[in-house]
Design a protein around this ligand. Structure first.
Ligand code: PMT
Length: 403
């Protein structure tokens, strides 16, 4: 079941969005209606309130509605923002970052996927300004349900009518449970750093932001997989439709991954796991009463190597590791491929300022038994999509071979 924010704008099709809300509920989803001022000229809030059994959101300045900065709190809890009907006005606002009401602010604040069902007069739909705004939104990943053709409320015949409620609900279903090469596959992804406590206020950590791992989790989900993201401490917002398990230390990450690995088809270790942890964490804050301090560190569990040993002979789950190196990147990655007995190592040079830790881009070399492939510098989201596609291909070849 997903939480869908249904944005309703001021168009004659607004009455059809009542049916859209009902259709989504029939699929088991929870719907919160967000109505613009113009939408309320066409349909009353009571209708949506009765159907959705939630207060209809109309304004961010409504008395009593803002105890939790509502557009921010709703933005982070929804799985999808659906706008139906989407007028030329709201399309223009979304495309240009104008946030002058609740719905347009929600669009800017949410990381959830966005689906819009445009509806307007044919000539408005064909106008350069609207086409350009639609192109801008499409390039940003917004999806659309094409308007239908026929008699329009304005008396014209042509394209611009709001798509049928059933088609809008189907488009939502497809977005929320994407089909793709990993449909039906369970994928565990690790992301972020681990923290090994020295005392109650200090820890040994590293520079991982979680960007690479979160992008992989999102890409795996987009390719149809059921995804569990085991995440070390990061500020990142989880991708929608992904189960997130928060951990802190290498041992906690090990326990969370091992518990899920037996059921998984693929495990991707993008986390920067600490290799060593303090032999003993001090229960009290360590005070600076000595000129020198020697820390005794002990090895943490090598999660990936343990998974490699545990699956010996079975080939399941498919194991993908990352190699964070500063020299001889590919040679080191190949060593890790065999030492940890895994199927793929994605090698990156973490000494670079424009790739590796923290930044939005990466350049990687995918190392497998079959060979090497370098993906040039690009956004981590794009790298993640490529890596997931390689994994899907590898998985498929495995299945074919074992039949
Ligand atoms: O999070 P970002 O800021 O986006 O940065 C991304 C990244 C640089 C962290 C990522 O691309 C990356 O390289 N992740 C792996 C970091 C790492 O720990 O590399 P390694 O070469 O030390 O380890 C090799 C593999 O063994 C990794 O898959 C690692 O997750 C795994 N490992 C390591 C140690 C350990 N105790 N257990 C493990 O399973």
């Amino acid at each position: 079941m997903a939480l869908v924010a249904l944005g309703v704008c001021g168009g004659i099709g607004a009455y059809k969005s009542v049916e859209v809300a009902r259709g989504l509920q029939k699929q088991g989803h929870d719907v919160i209606a967000v109505m613009t001022r113009a939408a309320r000229k066409f349909v009353g809030t009571v209708t949506f309130e009765a159907i959705t059994r939630h207060r209809v959101v109309t304004s961010q300045f409504e008395a009593g509605a803002n105890s939790d900065i509502e557009h921010i709190s709703l933005a982070s809890s929804i799985d999808l923002l659906l706008v139906a009907p989407a007028t030329a006005n709201v399309i223009g606002k979304f495309a240009n970052g104008i946030a002058d009401d609740f719905l347009s602010s929600l669009y800017l604040a949410t990381k959830a996927p966005v689906l819009m069902a445009p509806a307007m007069n044919t000539h408005m739909l064909e106008h350069d300004a609207v086409r350009r705004n639609l192109d801008v939104l499409a390039a940003r990943g917004v999806r659309f349900v094409e308007p239908g053709a026929g008699y329009l409320a304005c008396g014209w015949i042509g394209k611009g009518r709001l798509a049928e409620p059933g088609d809008i609900v189907s488009a939502v279903e497809q977005l929320l449970s994407p089909s793709g090469p990993l449909k039906g596959k369970r994928v565990v992804v690790t992301a972020g750093p681990t923290r090994e406590a020295l005392d109650p206020v200090r820890f040994i950590g590293n520079r991982s932001s979680g960007k690479m791992g979160y992008a992989l989790a999102e890409a795996a989900r987009r390719h149809g997989a059921d995804v569990v993201l085991v995440a070390g401490p990061t500020e990142r917002r989880p991708p929608s439709g992904v189960e997130v398990v928060h951990v802190s230390t290498a041992t906690e990450m090990r326990d969370a991954v091992v518990a899920r690995a037996a059921e998984a088809d693929v495990v991707i270790m993008a986390a920067a796991v600490a290799d060593y942890a303090p032999a003993e964490a001090s229960a009290q804050k360590i005070h600076k009463d000595r000129d020198e301090m020697i820390l005794k560190l002990v090895r943490t569990p090598d999660i990936l190597a343990e998974l490699g040993r545990a699956r010996a002979g079975s080939g399941r789950p498919l194991l993908v590791g990352f190699a964070a190196e500063t020299s001889d990147v590919v040679a080191q990655a190949r060593k890790k491929l065999s030492a940890k007995a895994v199927d793929m190592i994605v090698a990156n040079d973490v000494s670079r300022a424009d790739a590796g830790f923290e930044v939005d881009n990466n350049e990687v070399t995918i190392v497998t038994q079959q060979g090497e492939e370098t993906l040039p510098l690009q956004e981590k989201t794009a790298i993640a999509s490529h890596v997931i596609e390689r994994i899907a291909t590898l998985l498929k070849s495995r299945i074919t071979v074992s039949r």
